[in-house]
Design a protein around this ligand. Structure first.
Ligand SMILES: Cc1ncc(COP(=O)(O)O)c(C=O)c1O
Length: 424
């Protein structure tokens, strides 16, 4: 029998290389050199008579998002934990989070000794289902964390309304959505706090990094203390050579600061974010059309979305494509055709091997707590059904041109046509 699929040693659709991510911004090298010679590599070092790169990034990123404050931090994980603690979340509190997300959505909640309550997703956007959120609220609920997943903006109209109705803070996890907009406002500015990751894979990156944004001066001040061992910036800079951060003793923190190198890189990367987001969006729109013609269902965004950010491209395969082959066989075959990783969706958090709170003694706060944080207690049928059908890939593949997009669509058509070869 003739073999067609590359995974069975057939000829691949493509062997040309793909765009590489991260791409250094034009000014990144110069900015790094300036920090190297500045005499200050961290905000916990002495003031040198000039604004720190960290302050410059905080100012620029707050302005970019249309909010009053930005507190940079070491990672997205750190930013989420700052946000949760600043909102008063602590031991035994319940926090609602989506069942489909990166593991940090649950691990940060157990990380502040609270209880993640995982709820189901909207099948079109793959983000939190507002009705499921409302149904999960109890007297112990202390906050709602929404994730703008892959390329979607979650239904912020409905989620903001649910949060307000119940007097709960809404935290927007924008780790995957820098620059996306809801009714003309940047994501992260609709919730009480918006958090970001600048880890290597993200559309705005400094290798590792994070930030939390807010309009509330009180929340920003709490987050500043939490991320710098209980210290914060003073109203006026000190004399050069003296420490800039002031030891207030207001709130104990721990060190989760961004370094000056990372902050300097972020200022430069941010200048190119909108242009790169627009290119990814253009290519994604064409791919949406080409895949819809083949019966796939590309991920949607909520009705209030005015601009999407493609961190990951996701589409659901048609029902009949997977009757006798598992999703991992299809994504493996696509990867072989394209020479670029095509993956299934994240495993839902209640079945995800990375989310295993019982593996750490730190969370062994008693039998009752351990039962409450047991991921196995959740039943999330939409997450389970959809993750068996989704193919996803990283945004780097959307940074090329139309021929790249056509290669992806060709590979999908080829694998679906010859999927019989995957059965063996
Ligand atoms: C939705 C989401 N939240 C939080 C994080 C955590 O960010 P970091 O890896 O910078 O800690 C990530 C990272 O992938 C993420 O995708």
């Amino acid at each position: 029998m003739p073999v067609h699929l590359a995974i069975n040693n057939g000829t691949p659709v493509r062997t040309r290389p793909w765009p590489v991510w991260p791409q250094p911004a034009r000014g990144a090298l110069g900015a790094l050199e300036r920090v190297l010679h500045s005499g200050r590599w961290a905000i916990s070092g002495p003031y040198r008579g000039a604004e720190s790169a960290e302050r410059r990034f905080a100012r620029t990123f707050a302005a970019y998002n249309g909010v009053a404050h930005c507190v940079p931090a070491a990672s997205g994980t750190a930013s989420l934990m700052l946000a949760l603690e600043a909102c008063g979340v602590g031991v035994g509190d319940e926090v609602i989070a989506p069942g489909l997300s990166w593991v940090a959505s649950a691990s940060t909640i157990v990380g502040v000794n609270a209880v993640p309550v995982l709820v189901d997703i909207d099948p079109a956007t793959l983000c939190l289902d507002p009705a499921a959120v409302e149904a999960a609220i109890t007297p112990a609920t202390r906050a709602i964390v929404v994730v703008h997943l892959y390329s979607a903006v979650a239904d912020l109209d409905a989620l903001r309304a649910v949060a307000d109705r119940h007097g709960l803070p809404l935290i927007e996890d924008c780790a995957q959505a820098h620059g996306a907009e809801h009714r003309g406002r940047k994501v992260g500015s609709v919730g009480d706090i918006g958090t970001f990751s600048m880890q290597h894979s993200k559309v705005l990156t400094s290798g590792e990094g994070g930030a939390a944004i807010t309009d509330s001066a009180a929340l920003a001040r709490r987050m500043e203390h939490l991320r710098a061992d209980g210290r914060c910036y003073p109203a006026a800079a000190p004399a050069p050579g003296h420490m800039e951060l002031v030891e207030t003793g207001e709130l104990m923190g721990s060190n989760r600061c961004l370094s000056e190198f990372q902050a300097a890189v972020l200022v430069e990367q941010l200048r190119e974010l909108d242009e790169q987001n627009a290119l990814r969006r253009r290519n994604a729109l064409l791919l949406n059309e080409l895949l819809a013609e083949q019966g796939l269902r590309p991920q949607d965004s909520s009705p209030g979305t005015t601009s999407r950010t493609y961190y990951v491209y996701a589409a659901a395969l048609p029902d009949d494509a997977l009757t006798d082959v598992p999703i991992a066989a299809v994504t493996g075959a696509l990867t072989a055709e394209l020479g670029f990783p095509i993956s299934p969706a994240y495993a839902p958090l209640h079945t995800n091997r990375l989310y295993a709170p019982a593996s750490r003694r730190r969370f062994a706060l008693g039998d009752e707590h351990e039962k409450r944080i047991d991921p196995g207690r959740f039943h999330l049928p939409v997450c389970e059904r959809l993750t068996r059908r989704l193919i996803t890939f990283h945004h780097a593949a959307l940074l090329g041109d139309e021929s790249d997009v056509r290669d992806i669509a060709t590979a999908v058509a080829k694998v679906l046509r010859h999927r019989g070869e995957l059965r063996a």
